[in-house]
Design a protein around this ligand. Structure first.
Ligand SMILES: NC(=O)c1ccc[n+]([C@@H]2O[C@H](COP(=O)([O-])OP(=O)(O)OC[C@H]3O[C@@H](n4cnc5c(N)ncnc54)[C@H](O)[C@@H]3O)[C@@H](O)[C@H]2O)c1
Length: 271
């Protein structure tokens, strides 16, 4: 989809990080915006920053709740008349080993990261099939092909999103809809500040873990959004973001079992 002018784009998790940057760059490219986030204040900040730039509707939506996502889809079509791009970006994590994490926290992560993507895709799919061209962007992670210890529910949710995306590739192959599976490496956002942190292999409290993440995450949210918009324009089916993501992708292909073991060992040592 080369030209984004007058296209209508839905972005979930638009109140922070990658989602907020996507909203800025899509508005700059001339797209109308349907913004969603569970955190109303943060989303209203994004809306305020974009005041006067394009037509925006905003929705307080918990993406894990099917009825709320489908109500947003109805409202978006009523207000904008069409939807061309859907970016399922909202995501959360809990840091704790699998044998300690509560069922409630495991389900929270799966419900937001996996079911949120499923609802966000299926709520719009029938309509997207009527468009001459359309784009669905579902954010997985490097954790969608390489697991990190202490982040089990997140790993499972992102592997599931990758499987969902590849199934969509098969089932939508003869339609005008391009599905982009996005796998960022470390992106400097508030994802760990917003996480439930119960344990860290490297030790330390939440502030130390956030500090280590900020040091490790080499790519800005702005650059991540730029790469995602490039992938929409270029109709890419898979997007890795950051040198760390490319390096991990190569290592996983070359020595899959050894690399999983190596990442486990290094994470336990460094946190
Ligand atoms: N930051 C990274 O290093 C990184 C790496 C790989 C993948 N990702 C993925 O990128 C996406 C964006 O994350 P980010 O890094 O910008 O994080 P972030 O925490 O800065 O932003 C996430 C946004 O999602 C919103 N959100 C959380 N739960 C929600 C719900 N139930 N319904 C609606 N909105 C909800 C939050 O309020 C927040 O505004 C996520 O899917 C994340 O898993 C991030």
């Amino acid at each position: 989809m080369e030209d984004l002018k007058n296209k209508v784009a839905v972005v979930t998790g638009a109140g922070s990080g990658i989602g907020r940057q996507l909203a800025h760059q899509l508005a700059k490219a001339g797209a109308e915006l349907v913004l969603a986030d569970v955190a109303e204040k943060k989303m209203q900040q994004t809306v305020g920053e974009l005041h006067g730039q394009t037509k925006i509707t905003s929705h307080v939506v918990d993406v894990s709740k099917k009825d709320q996502v489908y109500a947003m889809a109805d409202a978006a079509l009523k207000a904008h008349g069409q939807v061309d791009i859907v970016i399922n970006n909202a995501g959360v994590t809990v840091l704790q080993p699998l044998d300690e994490v509560s069922q409630e926290d495991f389900e929270w992560v799966m419900n937001v990261n996996f079911w949120g993507v499923v609802h966000g895709t299926l709520a719009f799919l029938k309509h997207l099939k009527t468009r001459p061209e359309a784009s669905v962007v579902n954010i997985s992670s490097v954790n969608g092909f390489i697991p990190f210890p202490n982040n089990g529910p997140y790993n499972c949710s992102k592997y599931a999103v990758y499987g969902f995306n590849e199934t969509l590739h098969q089932e939508l192959a003869d339609t005008g809809i391009v599905v982009t599976s996005v796998h960022p490496g470390g992106i400097r956002t508030d994802i760990i500040r917003n996480a439930k942190v119960h344990a860290s292999p490297g030790g330390g409290d939440k502030n130390e873990i956030v500090g280590r993440f900020d040091n490790m995450a080499r790519t800005s949210a702005e650059d991540a959004a730029k790469a995602i918009i490039g992938a929409i324009r270029g109709k890419k089916k898979k997007l890795l973001i950051g040198l760390d993501a490319y390096a991990m992708d190569i290592a996983k292909r070359l020595v899959p079992e050894e690399f999983v073991g190596f990442v486990g060992m290094m994470t336990k040592r460094l946190g």
